[in-house]
Design a protein around this ligand. Sequence first.
Ligand code: ATP
Ligand code: MG
Length: 365
Amino acid sequence: MRKMDIKKYLEDKQSDLEKSKARITNSNVFDFNYIPEKPLMRNEIKPVIDALLRYQQTGIANNVLILGSRGSGKSLAAKYLMKLLSSKNQLKFAYVNCRHHNTSFKILAHLLGLRARGRTLDELWHLFTDANPDKTVFILDEIDLINDKDKHLDILYLISRSDRNDMAILLSNNPKFTNTLDESIKSTLQAELVHFSSYNAFEIGQILTDRAKTGLKFLPEEEISQIAAMTVKNSNSDVRIAIKALLLWAMEPKVSLQEHFEKARRDIMIEILKDLNSKNLLILKAALSQKDGYVKDIYHSYRQISTQSGEEPWSYVHFYSNLSYLQSLGLIIMVSTKVHRTHTNRIQMTFDTELFNSMWQTRFE
Ligand SMILES: Nc1ncnc2c1ncn2[C@@H]1O[C@H](COP(=O)(O)OP(=O)(O)OP(=O)(O)O)[C@@H](O)[C@H]1O
Ligand SMILES: [Mg+2]
């Protein structure tokens, strides 16, 4: 057997990566926060543009709630429109990602560049309106990640009830987000619901082609269409995975595309699992214990595991509606199968068991 030569391996790898420098002309385009000059247009963006233009014209707020799976272009659409409309000073915007600022206090403090401590919410609001006298479009990204402590989403009351006629655009990848809102907030907000559907392989191919044209020395058409197909089939159309797979492949084209795709999927899966709350982790744990994947059995097991872990389990209805959230994250696929002439709901797991188990250990053991 050939002895493994560490030095040789390292040098070969180094020289391969060195060559990738020549293939990649602009690595910024592979950053998930990169805003392309011309994002792919889709019909879903039109109602958002219309709402903003109506607001600009009439000054009457037209709140919007954008829902759609992970990587369906919600954040990009919001940021791009913000860039277009604020560049000519047409509208004032305030963008906050609730993942990083997860209470009404923290959102306002962040916008003001202050610390939230020692101030009331009203004080912060007044400081904000004094500093920003013009009516403002608040973009609250990943609104479902607001802390449970702030269940009433006080900031939404402040925005929708202010006599400045501010407007709110809320973004979430939880299809059941509205179920978690108070009736009173819903009626105050009167948000127009815009659903971003998942991209098809052709659209993902176009997005990748555009990145390749600005970021690579050449256009790998064949690989792009393969990545696009894999992303739709295996990863619930999350464009992030597609972009990452293309970058990994461009860095090391000798390694198979399949392998790169798996690596990209795994990296992104780790991020998703890290962000899950404990109830969702408990559901996945229960799903793993029921190999047949019947939803009813999983619920039963979920209740048991929850009790063992000292967590109050969700009701069946709540549990069931949460499955569509896990599906939108690309962690499971829900299927309806016919058993003895009746339809039964089952789920298939698309997450990596090993990864999940290590996450579980750090959270529960
Ligand atoms: N229409 C588009 N044109 C060009 N690139 C796009 C388009 N839609 C999405 N992308 C790219 O795909 C990636 C994921 O998009 P984005 O971050 O907007 O998803 P999202 O819907 O906000 O997902 P999440 O729910 O996880 O926040 C980003 O890198 C983004 O630039
Ligand atoms: Mg987003």
